[in-house]
Ligand binder design. Sequence first.
Ligand code: GDP
Length: 182
Amino acid sequence: MEGSSVSEKLFKVVVIGDPMVGKTSIVMRYVGKRFDPAYKITVGVEFFLKTLELDAKTVVRMQLWDLSGQDRFKNMSRVFYKAAMGALVVLDITNSLTLKSAAEWKQDLDSKLCLDNGRPVPAVLLANKCDLMETKGENVVSLLDKFCKDNNFLGWFKTSAKENINIDEAGSFLVKQMMLCD
Ligand code: GDP
């Protein structure tokens, strides 16, 4: 019967990282809203929905949990992480402190959440604001490769919410990884 064989998957994805790295801007960009430098939501958590048609038979809905106003603490409650199937950890490529924080965010995530089989949930690192990078950054590549290995990220992307660079690619990569774990 036509239509009956379409499978729908819903994945909760948490978006974490230090204040001002661009989490909200990335999520807004990803769900198809305009980049708005003036946009800031109220304190709390906001949800956005991204729908992807992977193929004729599979629709994926990602529920993106963007924390806002609570990102100063690098310590989220278990409720925030509960049942998440994936994570986007964001840093600001022009601010090395946010790289150090990304490791702490990842530890916070892994200490409060794992898959049913005990493995960490798929996590992808986003080195955001790459539009502000002055060099081509070959050393950034080896630094972030090592960082991902050391901190158990599946991969990383240089992104720009402002210029719309690599956000769709990073999202699709994460979806593939989540499908493998599903
Ligand atoms: P959040 O606190 O992590 O959610 O960060 P926001 O999304 O609120 O962004 C913080 C600031 O960085 C805002 O002024 C954004 O306009 C700016 N911003 C976010 N992403 C980018 C980017 O890719 N490039 C540049 N140049 N600025 C960005």
